[in-house]
Design a protein around this ligand. Structure first.
Ligand code: NAD
Length: 300
């Protein structure tokens, strides 16, 4: 049994930390949100009142925070992880953050004598609860190997990606492709309907043809076709518009730094901005179909 410090007990961190409790570890959790803390407490996480209390004496610390700003604050501030953890503690950031923030955290952790890995995840809230997430883990090889032991109860796949920040790089590129695929799926689905195709017949064809994608099989934006899709549930969020816009923005920032043109990615980012401007930031990202079927205009 290990002692685990956990910072960030939200949609993802709540389910993930519960799986470490179920694996027999003592998990000391901290979050700024009382609701997130209360939910984690019922799952067996030992609730503490500060980052210092969560990380003191821990074998490993996980962070699962919204953005780079939050991760930098949690690690680098005077009341943060680096100031209060023992350097023998392994540090694992599973948030999806920008490459520059990840680089800063790797540098600061190494300078303070810590092992640190960037280990973002794919698989959504359902994967977090089920313990089937894919982890993409970047850092020094011995730290990546050590992290795998703690990650195992939360993971379906653990994939070492190379050196510092390569986990974030993999996640950012994956999600760029995901949201482009989703936008394309929405266009194909609406056009198929208007050309007189039955929605299920068209989905049956595309899912075994070259139009197939994870977005099509999991998030089909037309209701009554795929059971896991938010379109069945008035687009209640499984992955919000806001997070989708954030993730495409991370890819665009990384692309600028490497001189890579992202013509399609930049266009899809604008589509998500339109949804945010229309008040749909908290809805599921598959609501992008509203920009194709005309219902966004009706809403405004
Ligand atoms: P969330 O907003 O539900 O949870 C984040 C939590 O961090 C919140 O409870 C917030 O109160 C807490 N927090 C913020 N600042 C803090 C601080 N200084 N100290 C302590 N707690 C703090 O977000 P989420 O959906 O759990 O996502 C977390 C990360 O995982 C994001 O980077 C997201 O992009 C990524 N991700 C999300 C999904 C998904 O399906 N939701 C899937 C894969 C990856």
């Amino acid at each position: 049994m290990a002692v685990v410090g956990w910072i960030g007990l939200g949609n993802m961190g709540g389910g993930m930390s519960a799986n470490l409790v179920n694996a027999g570890h003592e998990v000391r959790g901290f979050d700024l949100s009382e609701a997130a803390m209360a939910a984690a407490g019922t799952a067996g996480v030992k609730l503490v009142g500060s980052i210092a209390e969560a990380v003191g004496g821990a074998d490993v610390v996980f962070t699962m925070l919204p953005k780079g700003d939050h991760a930098r604050a949690v690690y680098l501030n005077d009341d943060g992880v680096l100031a209060h953890a023992d350097p023998r503690t392994l540090l694992v950031d599973s948030s999806t953050i920008d490459i520059e923030s990840a680089r800063t955290l790797h540098g600061a952790a190494a300078a303070a004598g810590f092992r640190f890995v960037d280990a973002p995840v794919s698989g959504g809230m359902s994967g977090a609860r089920a313990g089937t997430l894919t982890f993409m883990v970047g850092g020094e090889s011995h730290a990546v190997e050590d992290a795998g032991v703690f990650i195992k109860p939360m993971a379906g796949n653990i994939i070492p990606t190379g050196g510092a920040t390569t986990g974030q790089a993999a996640k950012i590129c994956n999600n760029l492709m995901l949201f482009i695929n989703l936008a394309g799926t929405a266009e194909g689905a609406v056009l198929a309907d208007r050309l007189g195709l039955d929605k299920q017949v068209f989905w049956n064809i595309a899912s075994v043809s070259s139009g197939d994608s994870w977005a099509l099989r999991t998030w089909y934006p037309v209701p009554g076709v795929v059971s896991t899709a938010a379109s069945n549930n008035d687009f209640a969020p499984t992955f919000t518009v806001e997070l989708a816009k954030k993730d495409i923005g991370l890819a665009i920032a990384a692309a600028k730094g490497t001189g890579t043109p992202l013509h399609i990615g930049e266009h899809v980012e604008q589509l998500y901005q339109r949804l945010i401007d229309a008040g749909d930031a908290g809805k599921d990202c598959s609501i992008i179909v509203k920009l194709v079927d005309g219902t966004l205009e009706q809403q405004q």
